[in-house]
Each structure stands twice: as C-alpha cells, then as structure tokens.
Design a protein around this ligand. Structure first.
Ligand code: NAP
Length: 422
C-alpha cells in the first residue's frame, strides 16, 4: 500500500481522484490529501469526503505521504511543490509539460540525487504512451527523426476547416464551447504548447536537453479557409507538426509549424483533437502512435499507470545519464534546410505585378512551381489582392530575402508554409 497526495483538483486532478476511487487497479493506493487553492469551492465532481487542504506542506512534508502527484499547471508553484516533495524523500508524478520543459534539468537532477522515481507519462499526449515508448521500447534503438501532431486544439480547428468548410473563427468558438481550447486559446494556436511537448520529446529521443524556447515556433493563426482548400486541391493537408530530427551533424533540427503534408502521409489522416507521433529509428524503422491527447480520462489512466509503477517498484529512477541532465543539445541551422514552400501574399492589384513578383523570386534563384491569383469579388476597400504561389526546393535564407523585398515594396506575406514531399 502506498499513500498519495494530489496537488490540484481541477479537470485532471478530479479525473484522477475519481479513478483512484473506482479503479480496481488502484486498490493498493490510498489518497490522503488533495491540495487546492480554494477549499470553500463546491466540488460535486469529487467523491464525497475528499480531504482538501490549501497548505502545500500538508502534502510535501507529511511523512505518511509516499508520492505527490502534481496537477496544478504553471511553473513556479509546481516547481516549489515538486522540489520540496523530492527533497522530503517523496516520489513525484506530474502531468505538467511546462514544468518539465522549463525546469526539467533541475527536477531530474534532484530526483537523481535523492534516487527517487519521477513519473511524467501524462505530460505529453495525455493517455498516449509516448514517454514509455521512447524510454523503454526504443531505448536501445537510435532515433533519427520524430514528428507529431501534439496539440489537439489546433488539429481540431484544421480538421473542421477542411471537412466542414467552417471558418477559423467559428471553429475556435466551437472548440472553446466544447472545452477543448483554453479560455485564452493563444497558447494552443500559437504553437507554444506543441513546442513545450516537442522539447520534452526531443530531449528523450536524442538524449540531450532540448530547450523548448530555442525551437523555432509558429502557429496556425494566419491560416485561412482558402489556404486549407488550396492545399487540398494540390493534394495536401495542412497540419500543425512538431518536426524533430537528428542529422549526421549530431545536432538537433527542430521546428513547430503548420506544414502542407501529402494526403498519404501517416499524420495527414489524424483527425479532430487526436494526437499522433511518428518515430523513425535505425533498428525498428517507422513506429506510429496515435490516440487521445487530452482530457481527464486518458490523462488519469497515464497518471495511475505511473503511480502503479512506483507502488510496484517498477518505476525508473533518473540517473546522471538521464537526457534532461546529461548534456544540452546544440541546434542545427534551420535556415539551411531545403524545402518547397506555399505562400499566400497580398500584392498590388495592377498590371505587371505578377512579373514583378516572379522577378523577385528569380533574383534569388528560386523557381516557382505554381502561381494562382484567385478572383476577389469585393476588395473591401483594400488595394491589395491575394496571390498564391508554390516554390520548387529552396532554402529559407533565400526565401526570407524575397519576403523582405516584398515587404519593402509595401506588399504583405499572409502565410508562408513548408511543403513536405513525403
Ligand atoms: N487538460 C488536459 O487535457 C491535460 C492533459 C495532460 C496534462 N494536463 C496538465 O495537467 C495539469 C492540470 O491541468 P487542469 O486542466 O486540471 O488544470 P485546472 O483545471 O486549472 O486545475 C488546476 C487545479 O490546481 C489548483 N491550483 C492551482 N494553483 C494552485 C495553487 N497555487 N495552490 C493550490 N492549488 C492550486 C486549482 O485549485 P482550485 O480548484 O481551488 O482553483 C485546481 O484545482 C496542467 O499542468 C496541464 O498542463 C492537462
């Protein structure tokens, strides 16, 4: 029997507390204390009699509690609770990607020093066992690349825009109404949530700490229905993808961005709020994991599995070789990575514009693969019209020079997306 303290009784905390009460697998786990901010709040979602406290020390310093489960969200307060719990000799389980992405090296170092288990399966893709797969199943294989759809909200928006021809604003409002998006959805749609998860996955896949703030990140906020439709007409689907690679240089190539994926790509068929991660490794080849990447039920299943590993003595205890501690990853210069691009520009509506734009690209040696100037019935007072282009393979540095020239001409870049060939 092990005794558990849970910090947080929000959406995920309440889900775990219910599972601890109902799951036969939890019979050897005893819930002692639950930390909340407001003890007076009505909590009909919790089993009657759930023992609440507003004092963190009642978890971290209680000698009867063996494991603290951190489910608060944020970074500073969770860091205080997790580091205190570890320093008091308690094992920790957390679902907090922000905490691990930002303070992971310190927390894993403390767990290693105190020889205590630290479970964090639920921190990336909720119920999908991606952490176990990287740490256990693939631990003897060399991972060369990993790419994933790791933000369910963005994938929900892009799927509905594609399948129902619903506008971005409409889909976002629905996602918020259904509780899929945060009240402030900027964190999801800007790519920051995905970058945080990408930092954790890249760290585990490539064996050195990847700072999520160094991952070039862009979101889906500028993508319009016309981009989704145009991509489809060309045989692609637009997805927000965390793309991580380990080229021959040994450095890490990382990016979180919306990209055009060929329709037959394994990630192109991942719909709505589902998550998926595709791993390439030298021995196994290609591995694909897909599943529910958010929500109390799948997240609680991962948390309970981590708790059972600790209770049954099977949990991994970090050592000094743990990827979060061992070293810090160097980044590849992504400007040099060759790719095709999709661009929607806003250019002047006058004769000669097309030739002028083509000239800008030609001056940087970039060859255009297609050019489309959709008819716009009503310019709504704007003197600029959309121009949709695709390029042949180029590097980003040269493309950026063209975009700077366009900007100097007073023209806009609405969308710039990589096109994946396979
Ligand atoms: N939502 C998902 O699908 C999902 C999936 C995987 C991982 N996660 C992660 O799980 C964690 C929890 O998410 P959530 O959606 O459950 O959050 P939430 O609904 O906002 O709940 C947060 C809980 O923590 C308590 N809390 C916050 N700050 C506190 C403080 N300073 N002192 C004491 N209690 C405090 C709150 O107390 P009150 O109830 O009194 O306000 C609340 O019970 C986050 O790290 C999140 O990233 C979420």
């Amino acid at each position: 029997m092990i005794t558990v303290g849970v910090a947080g009784a929000g959406s995920i905390g309440a889900g775990l507390i219910r599972l601890l009460h109902t799951s036969p697998a939890a019979r050897n786990l005893r819930l002692k204390t639950v930390l909340v901010r407001d003890a007076a709040k009505q909590r009909p979602e919790l089993p009657a009699g759930t023992p609440l406290t507003v004092c963190p020390a009642e978890l971290t310093d209680d000698p009867q509690i063996d494991v603290v489960v951190e489910l608060l969200g944020g970074v500073d307060e969770p860091f205080g609770i997790v580091s205190r719990a570890l320093s008091q000799g308690k094992a920790v389980v957390t679902a907090n990607k922000n905490l691990l992405a930002e303070r992971g090296p310190e927390i894993f170092a403390l767990a290693a020093e105190r020889r205590l288990p630290l479970g964090y399966e639920a921190s990336v893709c909720a119920g999908m066992p991606i952490i176990r797969t990287l740490q256990e199943a693939l631990r003897v294989d060399r991972i060369t690349a990993l790419e994933g759809i790791v933000n369910g909200t963005s994938n929900y928006l892009l799927t509905r825009m594609s399948e129902e021809r619903a506008s971005y604003a409409q889909c976002l409002a629905d996602a918020q109404r259904l509780g899929l998006a945060e009240p402030d959805p900027a964190y999801d749609v800007s790519g920051q949530d995905a970058a945080c998860k990408a930092g954790i996955l890249a760290t585990l896949a490539f064996g050195a700490y990847v700072d999520c703030h160094r991952i070039p990140t862009s979101g889906i906020g500028s993508i319009a229905l016309e981009d989704v439709h145009q991509a489809e007409a060309m045989g692609y689907r637009i997805k927000l993808v965390a793309a991580l690679g380990r080229p021959a240089s040994g450095r890490v190539a990382a990016e979180v961005a919306a990209v055009l994926l060929p329709r037959h790509h394994p990630l192109a068929s991942i719909r709505m709020e589902c998550n998926a991660v595709r791993i390439e490794s030298e021995g196994l080849g290609e591995t694909l994991l897909a599943g529910r990447g958010a929500g109390p039920e799948p997240t609680s299943v991962s948390l309970l599995a981590d708790l059972l590993d600790i209770a049954e003595g099977r949990a991994r205890i970090p050592t000094a070789e743990h990827p979060f501690i061992a070293s810090v990853a160097d980044f590849e210069d992504r400007q040099a990575v060759a790719s095709r691009y999709y661009l929607r520009l806003a250019v002047a509506d006058r004769p000669g514009t097309l030739a002028q734009v083509a000239g800008f690209f030609a001056s940087q040696g970039i060859s255009l693969a297609s050019v489309l100037q959709p008819e716009v019935p009503d310019l709504a007072g704007s003197s600029l019209v959309p121009l949709i282009l695709t390029t042949h393979t180029t590097d980003r540095r040269r493309l950026d020079l063209v975009l700077a020239t366009l900007a100097a001409a007073g023209w806009g870049r609405s969308v710039v997306l990589r096109i994946r060939e396979h």
